[in-house]
Design a protein. Structure first.
Length: 462
């Protein structure tokens, strides 16, 4: 692997000066992020950059002078929603001629999307991809100084930009990317094309950010990467993800660590032993299996078998007390037969996941699977999805019911669904709803679990 260049964030102040000249009072920006946590974290950096050049951040598009959609390209449905939402801004732009509208993130990393925006969405002023966040001040300056539209052509970058300003959405839960990109090329997936090659941050850079978060009082820190278990490739030092976790756990403080995503091909006993050895690491493993059929896993280019996967799960169950599992499943991958699908149901019953994120296969142009024969109809796939969800619901219900009567620590994340209710997330990643004072949000409480419905628990303060 080639060495990765690491560069710092800096801009020359042109954008800030242009902005100060163009507005009497500080302009406001609204940034909406779609997709995965990596993208949400990018959105926080975008907000940081915008504040750095003089914007205020607002919570609704109606108050904004700049609206940015930070998009996801992983499924067609996600893309259509974004196009719908952008279309709806046309009216707002007619009422407010000075409004700037931009699209960024993974969709903007695809040339055909940029072309579509160029041709069919003339009221979109600004387009930049995931690799353009540090160049945003420059793009903004060009727009404010009079260029009609600034549409960045997607570029692939191979360096890591450190030291980006960031405005985090929460004061007690933080995302911490440990690596960027993905080299796995699962045949259905667009991510390697839009996020570029896998590159790891140095342990020193991660440790510094981690310490800063702990000092600032963050209670939950989630390490991010498309495949955290391949962390460390291409670094000078010989360090893997388990070593990194152990290093972070040497930092004193009142916090716990989550991480995602673990690719089963690279998850190891060492990782599981590391979770078991450190009370700061949550007893939850998100281990996306995608399919329970070895034939389909091969077609997906996943590089593991159901047998290997189940061995990992069994080892984790033996090694980490109370560990729970969650997973991603794709239903209706091209050529998935009834038999393949039933193998997935079997696997779900064996693992007994607490939570499943399920997706009907979505064809992404440019990926290998897009050229595979796909004889099954959407209706057949949707029927399978219904059957899968019914099986999963039963499993989740049985498992959450087994927790009733226990007392566990939870981080209070926010308001629950009902009046006066709050949500607390247990270390095993389940959410419990309980009555409590909103002042508790952001702190840790002991919850006595009183009841359960599907993947949700009800509780009271212990
Ligand atoms: N890096 C992570 C997943 C990132 S994408 C991993 O390897 O597990 C999140 C999830 O979206 C994937 O796990 C997969 O289940 C789903 N997904 C990705 N591409 C998809 C597609 N074309 N159609 C349907 N679901 C897809
Ligand atoms: Fe996509 Fe596979 Fe990479 Fe995950 S590991 S982001 S599913 S290519
Ligand atoms: Fe979507 Fe990009 Fe994440 S495609 S899932 S936002 S990496």
């Amino acid at each position: 692997m080639n060495k990765i260049d690491r560069i710092g964030y800096n801009h020359d102040g042109t954008a800030a000066a242009a902005l100060a000249a163009a507005y009497d009072t500080p302009p406001m920006a609204y940034v909406r992020s779609y997709g995965c946590q990596q993208n949400v974290n990018d959105g926080e950096k975008i907000k940081g950059v915008l504040m750095d050049v003089g914007y205020g951040i607002c919570d609704s598009p109606e108050q904004a002078d700049l609206i940015l959609f930070n998009t996801c390209a992983v499924r067609e449905h996600a893309e259509q929603r974004v196009f719908g939402n952008i279309g709806a801004l046309k009216k707002l732009k007619e009422q407010n001629k000075g409004l700037l509208i931009g699209l960024c993130g993974c969709m903007a990393q695809q040339p055909q999307v940029v072309e579509k925006i160029r041709q069919s969405y003339p009221f979109v002023d600004l387009v930049f991809g995931v690799n353009g966040i540090d160049t945003l001040p420059n793009l903004l300056a060009q727009k404010i100084e009079g260029r009609k539209r600034v549409l960045q052509t997607p570029v692939e970058r191979t360096e890591i930009v450190e030291g980006m300003p960031i405005r985090r959405d929460s004061s007690f839960r933080a995302w911490l990317p440990i690596m960027y990109g993905c080299d796995n090329f699962c045949t259905y997936c667009i991510v390697p094309y839009v996020r570029g090659r896998e590159r790891s941050r140095t342990p020193a850079a991660i440790l510094e950010e981690f310490k800063g978060l702990v000092t600032a009082g963050y209670k939950e820190i989630t390490l991010l990467g498309q495949n955290v278990n391949s962390y460390g490739k291409g670094l000078d030092e010989n360090v893997d993800f388990s070593d990194l976790l152990a290093l972070l756990c040497t930092v004193p403080g009142d916090y716990h660590i989550r991480f995602m995503t673990s690719h089963p091909k690279d998850a190891s006993h060492k990782l599981i032993d590391t979770i078991a050895a450190h009370p700061q690491i949550c007893n939850h493993l998100h281990l996306p299996v995608q399919s329970g059929s070895n034939r389909i896993l091969k077609e997906m280019n996943r590089h593991y078998t159901v047998e290997h996967y189940l061995e990992l799960i069994e080892y984790a169950r033996r090694t980490v007390p109370g560990i729970t599992f969650s997973s991603d499943i794709i239903v209706g991958f091209p050529g998935e037969t009834e038999e393949d699908f039933e193998a997935t149901l079997e696997l779900i019953k064996k693992v007994r996941y607490m939570q499943l994120f399920t997706f009907i296969y979505s064809k992404r142009s440019g990926t290998k699977a897009a050229d595979m024969p796909d004889p099954y109809t959407h209706k057949q796939k949707a029927d399978r999805m219904g059957r899968l969800l019914a099986v999963q619901e039963e499993i989740a219900c049985e498992q959450t019911a087994a927790l009733v009567g226990q007392t566990q620590v939870a981080l209070v994340e926010g308001h629950g669904r009902g009046e006066g209710l709050l949500n607390g997330r247990l270390r095993n990643n389940l959410v419990a709803e309980f009555a409590g004072d909103p002042a508790l949000i952001g702190s840790e409480v002991q919850l006595h679990i009183t009841g359960s419905r599907a993947a949700m628990l009800t509780a009271e303060l212990a």
